[in-house]
Write a protein that binds this ligand. Structure first.
Ligand code: SAM
Ligand code: GLN
Length: 291
């Protein structure tokens, strides 16, 4: 590498240290440097002694500036990992949360009980995290996954992320609309599984982080006085869209298990179950239609 191309002969090792001083966080510093280097996470340790190019140094400094202005590191990098996916994320979509990573797992367990090919809906897909994980991890061709959102911006991000998963994306379908309004009437009674991480935070919830409030789309998060506005719509209408024995599963707030279970029961679901997240908090409710 010539002197013109390198940034004052700084190695990546020193660049990480320098960045850590600026951002006050070693882990964030490593993420930013790794991202600017263009390395896959596993490759970065091998280039520690290589010199940083000017272009990469400018990229790191630009990301540091945005991070120090309070922007979430996921938006700063424009990417975030979810299960096996490396998703593009920006302020058009919610940053996928680690607790949501269990949702595709529970769906895949349920699919064992149903004959394939499956038709699945991921409603309120945002970045596409849930639906694209299913396509990526299920045998290719065993499921068609509908990814829907009321936000056209979000669907554009999900479409871009679908490209990233390659061949399984040929079984992705996209639709813009409010919950079941995204689907053609002819699809009633045809879904084996409907999964959703809808907005579920109460409008005046004092526990929401300042950074979430300032940077993430409010449309993705808030759901009326009790946070149940969207879950109510989804649970009450889902039975008309599922096959017999089909499953609905939604993510919810950790205080909402009793209320959400009651909604499932009054909509006619059986086998209504509450599932905990990785932190041990009640986070999902699932239910099945009778056979
Ligand atoms: N599924 C993504 C995830 O788990 O990371 C995003 C979930 S985010 C909590 C909720 C999503 O629901 C947002 O993408 C938002 O745009 C969408 N949404 C909000 N209101 C909606 C509605 N009425 N109909 C369909 N989607 C809606
Ligand atoms: N778990 C998210 C948060 O705390 C909320 C996601 C949602 O409303 N679905 O910010």
């Amino acid at each position: 590498m010539s002197n013109e191309e390198s940034s004052e002969h700084i190695s990546w090792r020193n660049m990480v240290l320098q960045t850590a001083d600026m951002v006050g966080d070693k882990v964030v510093a490593k993420w930013l440097c790794e991202h600017a280097s263009g390395c896959e996470p596993g490759e970065f340790p091998a280039i520690q002694d290589e010199l940083v190019t000017n272009r990469a140094a400018v990229h790191v400094h630009d990301m540091v500036r945005r991070y120090l202005a309070g922007e979430p590191v996921q938006y700063v990098m424009g990417r975030w990992a979810f299960r096996h996916l490396d998703l593009m994320v920006d302020k058009r979509v919610l940053i996928p949360r680690p607790e949501t990573e269990l949702l595709p797992e529970i769906v895949m367990q349920h699919l064992h009980h149903l004959a394939s090919p499956h038709v699945i809906a991921d409603m309120g897909t945002g970045s596409g995290a849930i639906g694209l994980s299913l396509l990526r991890e299920l045998p290719v061709g065993s499921a068609t996954v509908w990814l829907t959102d009321v936000s056209e911006d979000a669907i554009n991000v999900a479409r871009a992320n679908a490209v990233g998963i390659g061949r399984p994306a040929t079984h992705a379908r996209f639709a813009v609309g409010e919950w079941f309004g995204a689907f053609n009437e002819s699809m009633r009674g045809s879904f084996h599984v409907i999964v959703s991480n809808p907005p579920y935070i109460a409008d005046a919830d004092p526990e929401v982080d300042e950074s979430v409030l300032q940077w993430e789309p409010h449309m993705a998060l808030f759901a009326g006085n009790d946070g149940l506005r969207d879950i109510r719509v989804i649970v009450s209408e889902a039975p008309q869209w599922l096959v017999p024995a089909g499953m609905l599963i939604v993510e919810m707030g950790y205080t909402q298990a009793a209320a959400v279970s009651a909604l499932f029961e009054s909509a006619g679901f059986v086998e209504v179950r509450v599932h905990n997240d990785i932190a041990g908090k009640p986070r999902f409710v699932s239910g099945e239609l009778p056979h």
